[in-house]
Design a protein around this ligand. Structure first.
Ligand code: ZN
Length: 179
């Protein structure tokens, strides 16, 4: 499903992880879970080659050339990416708005009053919900609304998947495999 280029013990605790330009889906999810995930759809291979942080990539060639810690996602299933990342980074697959970062820009969110967002969200939303968060980077407003049912459902499926994966050290690569 995936492999790391070193046989490290999990979880890997890093302040930040970097994702290649093919992993836009995963970066949004990791930020929702509170991971400082760096991503740019225009990242060049040469930049990614020398980044010190853990690199998560779908690019086999880039993975082969990297000497610093890297993880190659060999599965194309998005939900498996999420379960694997949870295992490797030690991030629980649960939604906690107190930890969430902005999925769009990766900045911190702060809890704000209804008044503070009155002119930024539709009236219907304002009347139905009481808790709002504001992105300190891009200004996007978030609330725990109906779309969170879908988020929770996805996380539940990812948790089930997580229980079926394990690791094995082979030739100084840490393989992430199905049990
Ligand atoms: Zn933002």
């Amino acid at each position: 499903m995936a492999r790391l280029n070193k046989c490290v013990s999990l979880p890997i605790v890093e302040d930040e992880v970097v994702l290649d330009s093919m992993l836009g889906w995963l970066v949004r999810w990791l930020r929702i879970l509170g991971v400082r995930a760096i991503y740019d759809s225009n990242f060049k291979d040469e930049e990614l080659l020398n980044i010190d942080h853990l690199l998560i990539t779908r690019d086999r060639e880039l993975f082969r050339k990297r000497t610093r810690l890297s993880m190659l996602l060999e599965t194309s299933r998005h939900l498996e990416w999420l379960s694997i990342s949870s295992l490797v980074l030690g991030v629980p697959l649960v939604l906690d708005m107190g930890r969430s970062l902005c999925p769009i820009c990766g900045s911190s969110l702060i809890k704000v009053s209804k008044d503070a967002v009155a002119d930024k969200v539709p009236k219907g939303v304002l009347s139905r919900y009481n808790d709002f968060w504001l992105c300190t980077g891009c200004g996007q407003v978030y609330w725990v609304g109906s779309h969170h049912m879908r988020i929770k459902k996805e996380l539940e499926l990812a948790r089930i998947l997580l229980s079926s994966i394990s690791t094995s050290c082979v030739n100084n690569n840490l393989l992430i495999i199905r049990k």
